[in-house]
Design a protein around this ligand. Structure first.
Ligand SMILES: Cc1ncc(COP(=O)(O)O)c(C=O)c1O
Length: 415
């Protein structure tokens, strides 16, 4: 075909005909800890990186590689490495760039494990994060110093629901000589491809929309392959630049961190993720439609104090979402407020279908009270700053819309 295939089609077909799987249309689950080689010379060349064959599952695996190639393409990147979880992807990518004494700039609105990793765990290694308002270019610019190694953003912040201007932030980072790293989990490449806006490294928890059914844990790091690592700021990348040029970052991450920290994805989980990808396009369309209708239902309900949904035209990030997401939708996440924590608990306890659990981007509709769950062990002042006790986070699934709103309506009656 002359015309490039659409995202939805590539999510289903890409890669199938490139492999000799005896006509199978899904990758086999290569459940082998290691791969034998006919000759000592072949194994030696594979270890030296001169042959693309497999050695040991902690390094590479054919099922994982199939998913990596597919995700790199869907995110408009050049190459990818899949990992055991989204947090493994984030810690791998960051640690590849950071050394003791280094600094980086990150959005002040972050997923809570990322927040903990950046603000307390990295501190143990002598690394400083400067948190900046993701919507304030001056704040971000003012925090980039000579020691900054990268800028880190989330496409849609979790649970703040803010949309940073990735194009402008990428241009700013590049002007200062540093790469932009983006966690694209809440948007997915169906909605937004940060590399096309200038990002250099894109991360995901594939646990969410890619797998789609809440059955697989995973992460991915995608390298755009366009950043110039051969500058004064990144002299420590010189050996990797010599080997892989603009793919120096992913090559270093793989060689140093992925392999030695053992952050390998399980092939069965990669298989489930490939399976999930095939229906991602239709799931996302239904997610977007249901999210809009659920947000409207909640907004009109007298017991709901406020709804934070970027699809509303008066949301401060609505226009940015329209621009960055190309009019395809506004994500499936929203937050809303009730009178107090008790009311939130009563609502959750009276739902009959919607599930109270710590995940998002599932085909099932999910609810959580972040203040009393994900943030429960954070110090009180920090917890109050990061999550309002009256706030519920909602991930709208793909069930029939009348069942989602019906369940909410009868639970709200008991609040
Ligand atoms: C935005 C974001 N990034 C990263 C993660 C971590 O992913 P995982 O749970 O797969 O480690 C999550 C998990 O919810 C998330 O919401």
């Amino acid at each position: 075909m002359d015309k490039p295939l659409h995202f939805e089609t590539r999510a289903i077909h890409e890669g199938i005909k490139d492999h000799d799987w005896e006509g199978a249309t899904l990758p086999p689950i290569f459940q082998s800890a290691a791969h034998f080689h006919e000759t000592a010379d072949n194994l030696s060349q594979t270890f030296a990186g001169e042959l693309p064959d497999h050695i040991y599952m902690r390094l590479t695996n054919p099922t994982n590689r199939f998913l990596e190639e597919k995700l790199a393409s869907l995110e408009s990147g050049r190459a990818a490495v899949v990992t055991a979880s989204g947090m493994a992807a984030i810690s791998n990518a960051c640690m590849t760039l950071l050394r003791a004494g280094d600094e980086f700039v990150a959005s002040s609105s972050l997923f809570m494990s990322t927040y903990a990793l950046f603000t307390s765990i990295f501190k143990k290694y002598g690394i400083t994060v400067h948190l900046a308002n993701p919507l304030d270019m001056d704040d971000i610019a003012g925090k980039i110093t000579d020691k900054t190694r990268f800028v880190y953003m989330e496409t849609i912040t979790n649970p703040g629901m803010e949309i940073p201007d990735l194009k402008k932030i990428a241009a700013l980072a590049h002007e200062k000589g540093v790469p932009l790293m983006v966690d694209n989990t809440l948007a997915s490449p169906w909605l937004c491809r940060p590399i096309e806006l200038g990002a250099d490294i894109v991360l995901h928890s594939t646990t969410k929309y890619f797998s789609g059914h809440g059955g697989a844990l995973g992460g991915v790091v995608v390298d755009a392959g366009t950043f110039n690592w051969g500058t004064e700021r990144f002299t420590d990348f010189a050996p990797f630049v010599a080997q892989k040029g603009n793919l120096a970052f992913l090559h270093r991450m793989f060689k140093e961190h992925h392999v030695n920290f053992g952050t390998t994805a399980a092939p069965f989980h990669s298989f489930l993720t490939v399976l999930g990808l095939a229906t991602m396009g239709v799931r996302m369309e239904r997610h977007m439609e249901n999210a809009m209708q659920t947000a409207r239902f909640l907004q009109e309900h007298p017991k709901v104090k406020w709804v934070n949904f970027i699809g509303f035209s008066d949301h401060p990030c609505h226009d940015m979402a329209k621009k960055q997401f190309g009019g395809k939708g506004f994500g499936t996440m929203l937050t809303f407020g009730l009178a107090d924590q008790d009311a939130c608990f009563r609502l959750v306890d009276n739902l009959s279908m919607i599930l109270n659990l710590a995940n998002l981007g599932d085909c099932k509709t999910l609810i959580i009270h972040p203040y009393s769950s994900q943030y429960v062990s954070f110090p009180r002042d920090l917890k109050e700053r990061l999550a309002d006790p009256c706030l519920l986070r909602f991930s709208v699934g793909i069930e029939h819309i009348e069942d989602i709103c019906g369940d909410l309506a009868s639970a709200l009656e008991k609040v």
